[in-house]
Write a new protein. Structure first.
Length: 212
């Protein structure tokens, strides 16, 4: 698996062109449309990249934060959304107090994390009562994949398998102290043809604090 420094370097190189991807822009907007913002004060986007999800949210009273390992990505995010707070940081070990965030989002990043349940437990730690986590992940049958597999010799399908179906996401939730409360599908089609990408957008609620 890539080291954090290797991951940061890879995404630094992608930062200047990252926003040019229709998949990245479309999925970020789909996540922004999916999340429920009633009562939300603080939003945290982990693995924020260029901040596309935060940039896609409607204007509101919420405080926006994003963290990413890649300084290049964070530089683009800061320039595009100067009113938000962005930090170069490990999204799996947050420098935030317990119960300080109402909504955590994570889009097509969790497959790069060595221990996904541990990362989700860390995000659960910072959620306030009534808060939730929203993940976007590639579906098992997505025709295309975003980035290489985490480990050399593994196929992208293997890399995404723990995140690519409703059953897999239910298992991940159980291992992380969450329950799946909502799930939706998103597709990117080119010129009205067959899907190029299929993703799952999933809302997770802490087991002891389900969101109605």
């Amino acid at each position: 698996m890539e080291t954090p420094a290797e991951l940061a370097d890879r995404f630094d190189r992608r930062a200047p062109e990252y926003d040019g991807s229709a998949m990245h822009r479309g999925l970020a907007q789909a996540v922004a449309d999916f999340v429920r913002l009633g009562g939300v004060r603080d939003v945290l986007d982990v693995g924020t990249g260029t901040g596309l999800v935060l940039r896609s949210l409607p204007a509101g009273p919420w405080r926006l934060r994003g963290v990413d390992l890649s300084p290049g990505m964070v530089d683009v995010a800061r320039a595009a959304l100067p009113d938000a707070e962005f930090a170069v940081a490990d999204a799996t070990s947050l420098d935030l107090p317990d119960a300080s965030v109402d909504l955590v989002t994570c889009v097509t990043m969790l497959h790069l994390v060595p221990d996904a349940p541990a990362a989700m437990r860390e995000w659960r730690r910072v959620l306030r009562p009534g808060g939730c986590l929203v993940l976007a992940t590639f579906a098992d049958d997505s025709p295309s994949w975003h980035g290489p597999a985490p480990e050399p010799g593994h196929s992208p399908a293997e890399a995404h398998a723990p995140l690519g179906s409703s059953e897999a996401l239910e298992r991940l939730a159980a291992a992380s102290g969450f329950v799946v409360s909502r799930i939706a599908e998103w597709e990117l089609r080119s010129n009205g043809g067959a899907p190029e990408y299929r993703c799952l957008i999933t809302e997770f609620a802490p087991v002891d604090d389900r969101r109605a």
